[in-house]
Design a protein around this ligand. Structure first.
Ligand code: GTP
Ligand code: SPV
Ligand code: MN
Length: 590
């Protein structure tokens, strides 16, 4: 319990370990001033006001978007940089073929030269944060040091940051160290380094999203996945959603889809009018920490406190909750503007852009008005479907796990794995088309196992073995599913309406878990027959639904061959169980 005297203690005096680290970083980076973040609303308002004065933030039309600001990033700093992201473990094999690797000493030396003197004329901010409910034993703390006040504002929304987190760090002693500087925003001098064996992160040269908000992908996925393996839990790129059926029973699903493949939208789905009586509760939209409970079930917490969500595509038809959520107290990054200073993005059904995301007069020949990876940062509490169990210290019990990808063909709308081991193979085989969330070509199909290709902090071979071992210990393991909302017809149109209508697929899963829904046995798993899905009031042609629920043996035999070639890269670290599951699938394909 914090005493009144404790409440008054100056932040730098609360944890000697943190103070000593801040000191050593100060000596290296030479900032003009040091600011320890309290985490109060007044502090966020003050930093916002300062950025508005300096022109780094623009206040949006307060009649329509009260409390909202716009930030524009450097044009060459608009997404995660997977090609510049490294896992620095002593042994290269521990990082695995799924990661770029650098020797830790070499990486530290390289980063030390970049950080040396980099904060001259800048303020060094110290952000103590807690990932997860502040009183949960499942939560973990970190401290981010950054010279970007924009990063501070984001971290204050995205994490439980400030004094209570520092109190917990002082009590527990251990924390993840994240050092960040925007440097000169030079892509040639940009690196995101992770040292899982030291629980530390060093990020230089970017101010954007997952490169710079170190609590998110760097800590809560790459470092946490490593910690989770040694401690017996899982850190996953998953949303957590509660679904209350018309009988009043609530079940939770955790779903892993790659970046910009529908997690935020599914987490805050609005049930269609033709499915009356359903309610949806969001626990998390991007990351789940999953722990085996004493009852033999899997329990999940959301380590984050806010959403850093994709803006384009958000509108009152696709998701009214998301649209309403970001109409106040929201930080927008890289959206366009209308003539009267309202934010604008592709997919919005009203308004006209006049200024593009780079602040230039909008000219359609130069591409979209808003950047395709433009984002909103907003507290989870603004979500109309915010779950009352979001702060539960033990988390919520998980009934089903869902993997998925964005694929114009091959993967059907949904299928169910036979058991946990088969489900791990299904997860390990996920492929998805790349999106604007990471720098690089968009629309290229690549393997993205468990949606963790950019985020697993260690060798995938060991990771799949950890999944298998953990499942074997669960008395009541969740069932495992695979979905694809993104199948297209010959003309390139989405076959499935998606968004709120996805509830029909989730309802089938929950009915399966309750032993109530039918399915047919297919080579790749169990699929609903059209009649097994509740399609009342759904506007879809029967041929489209049949196509969505079909498995093409020719395409799938080719798919299995590709999966086998991919898995072979993991050599002796690949669990044999995955190969035997794959062989069994191949045999069923005939
Ligand atoms: P990250 O924050 O990058 O991890 O993304 P995410 O997985 O949370 O994806 P998000 O929900 O933000 O959706 C990404 C894009 O896909 C947006 O443009 C959405 O409008 C679109 N989208 C989401 N759900 C669906 C769906 O069911 N069908 C279709 N066709 N598009 C969808
Ligand atoms: C993702 O790319 O999966 C995101 C956005 O959620 S970022 O924070 O940039 O990682
Ligand atoms: Mn994500």
């Amino acid at each position: 319990m914090a005493t009144a005297a404790h409440m008054l203690s100056p932040l730098p005096q609360m944890s000697r370990a943190v103070a000593e680290w801040v000191n050593s970083v100060r000596e290296l980076t030479r900032p003009r001033a040091i600011h320890w973040c309290e985490g109060s609303d007044a502090e966020a308002r003050e930093i916002t006001a300062q950025l508005v004065r300096s022109g780094e933030l623009k206040t949006l039309n307060a009649d329509f978007f009260p409390g909202c600001q716009l930030a524009r990033s450097a044009p060459n700093d608009v997404a995660r940089v997977e090609h510049l992201t490294y896992i620095c473990t002593r042994s290269e094999e521990d990082a695995g073929p799924n990661n770029h690797w650098m020797d830790p000493q070499q990486a530290h030396a390289k980063m030390r030269e970049l950080f040396r003197g980099c904060m001259r004329e800048r303020t060094l901010y110290v952000i103590p944060y807690c990932m997860g409910p502040i009183d949960s034993p499942l939560s973990r703390c970190g401290v981010e040091i950054t010279d970007s006040p924009y990063v501070v504002l984001n971290m204050l929304i995205m994490t439980r940051a400030g004094r209570p987190a520092l109190e917990r760090i002082a009590r527990e002693g251990s924390f993840v160290r994240g050092l960040h500087s925007t440097g000169e925003l030079d892509p040639e001098r940009r690196f995101i380094m992770h040292f899982p064996e030291e629980l530390s992160i060093e990020s230089f040269g970017s101010g954007y999203g997952g490169n710079a908000l170190l609590g998110k992908k760097c800590h809560a996925l790459r470092i946490a996945s490593w910690q989770a393996r040694s401690e017996g839990w899982l850190a996953e790129h998953m949303l957590i959603v509660g679904l209350q059926n018309p009988r009043g029973e609530t079940h939770y699903l955790a779903c892993a889809f790659p970046s910009a493949c529908g997690k935020t939208n599914l987490a805050m789905l609005i049930p269609p009018a033709s499915l009356p009586g359903w309610r949806v509760f969001t626990v998390g939209d991007d990351i789940a920490w999953l722990h085996p409970g004493e009852d033999g079930r899997l329990w999940a917490i959301n380590p984050e406190a806010g959403y850093f969500g994709v803006v384009p595509g958000t509108n009152p038809q696709t998701n009214r909750n998301a649209y309403e959520m970001i109409r106040r107290d929201t930080l927008f990054t890289n959206v366009a503007l209308t003539a009267d200073n309202q934010p604008w993005w592709e997919g919005l059904t009203s308004g006209t852009p006049t200024i593009d995301w780079q602040g230039r007069p909008y000219d359609p020949t130069r591409g979209p008005a808003a950047h395709p990876n433009s984002r909103f940062t907003v507290t989870a509490r603004r979500n109309p479907s915010y779950s009352p169990h979001s702060e539960d210290a033990r988390g919520v019990p998980i009934t089903g796990l869902v993997f998925g990808g964005r694929r114009r063909e091959v993967a059907p709308l949904v299928y169910e794995a036979r058991d946990w081991q088969h489900g791990v193979m299904v997860g390990a085989s996920v492929a998805s088309e790349t999106t604007a969330a990471a720098v690089g070509q968009v629309g290229v199909t690549r393997r993205d196992p468990m949606a963790m290709q950019p985020f697993c902090g260690y060798n995938f071979g060991d990771y799949w073995q950890h999944w298998l071992s953990l499942g074997a210990k669960l008395a009541q393991p969740p069932r495992i599913y695979h979905v694809n909302w993104f199948r297209r017809d010959a003309a390139g149109k989405f076959l499935w309406p998606g968004y709120g209508e996805n509830l029909r697929v989730l309802a089938w899963m929950l009915d399966r878990c309750a032993g109530k829904a039918g399915a047919r046995d297919a080579a790749i798993g169990r699929l609903p027959r059209p009649a097994d899905l509740d399609t009342r009031g759904l506007d879809i042609r029967p041929e489209a639904l049949a196509q969505l629920l079909s498995v093409d043996p020719l395409l799938w035999r080719n798919e299995v061959a590709e999966i086998r070639a991919y898995l072979a890269r993991y050599g002796r670290r690949l669990p044999a169980a995955l190969l035997s599951e794959l062989a069994a699938t191949e045999q069923r394909l005939g």
